[in-house]
Design a protein around this ligand. Sequence first.
Ligand code: G6P
Length: 369
Amino acid sequence: DMAEKGGYPDFMLKEIYEQPRVVRDTLVGRLAPNGELDIDELGLSFEELNVIDRIYVIACGTSYHAGLIAKNLIESWARIPCEVEAASEFRYRDPIITPSTLVVAVSQSGETADTLAAIRDARIKGAKVFGITNVIGSPVARESDGVIYTKANKEIAVASTKSFIGQIVSLTLLALLLGQAKGRLTTGQVRMLFHELGDTSAQIQRIFDTQLDAIHEAACACQGAQSALFVGRGMGAAISYEGALKLKEVSYLHAEAYAAGEMKHGPIALIEPGFPVIAVTTKSPTYDKVVSNLKECEARGARIIALATEGDEDIKRIADHVIYIPPVRDAFSAITASVPLQLLAREVALMRGCNVDQPRNLAKSVTVE
Ligand code: G6P
């Protein structure tokens, strides 16, 4: 058992630590010498991609959260309207689909029943379907028009970690490709962004090397709580949703994520002295806004755990605990900032005596509706 876990105490930790490799492997061979992205398996030419005028990302669970991140990137780089929808909802709606609609189905296992049903439905209605999956030859791969493999390798812990990072990196490649096909990104910009994307591999490693004590302290602050709130804006909101899901899944601590600007419309009522608020405050266009939202929490006695950019000393004025992330473009912040949240969830779970690899009531893949 220990050998399978490569010396780690559990698969979750082993898989979290594989993430720098997942970033590298997902990018290997993707940038051709002429500076063009090389994603042949998608099987669509630039001309065909250029026609796409609406995108739905459909997925479940953690994969759905990868979709929320992709929406930000696709809309900002390719300027194509993009909606993210739970596959279980999508399949029972009557979504607007035309031949110029692209459906991107994201599924680690490639066999989630709702996601597959949504793919089938979308294709009948005439959409092009791309699959983002970790499993070669899986139903999602077989039933999609094109596919990007996430190169995470087999994931054993039920709560997804390395697959999530592989999905974000793959979706980022897709967003870059669409940006290029739409003529919104130049070859030079794509090349620069591609290299920065690759740098996140070393940045994740740096978090492992420098932030474990800070994460441990933050976990101690959450351990005895009844509930926790995750907040952020923009990319930070998407990161928060996955952070809260991870914590719930493995530690059974109730956690909720909210776009920080919405706090005042409800969740702020929950705050009382000692209530843990985990905030994504990495440098971004909305940094000041998040900080002012946090001041509201601080005034009510919240215990604030901030995920901040290295060098941000100011944040210590309102945060009780700070976990530092290497400086990274906002577009890539989900790749780095999600990693300490995975470690946080795991530590809280272990402190509460939970089995991090096999949480109760959850299954690795859900092949029935
Ligand atoms: C289950 C797993 C989650 C996963 C979700 C979607 O709920 O426990 O970790 O995110 O299914 O799975 P998929 O394989 O489609 O990404």
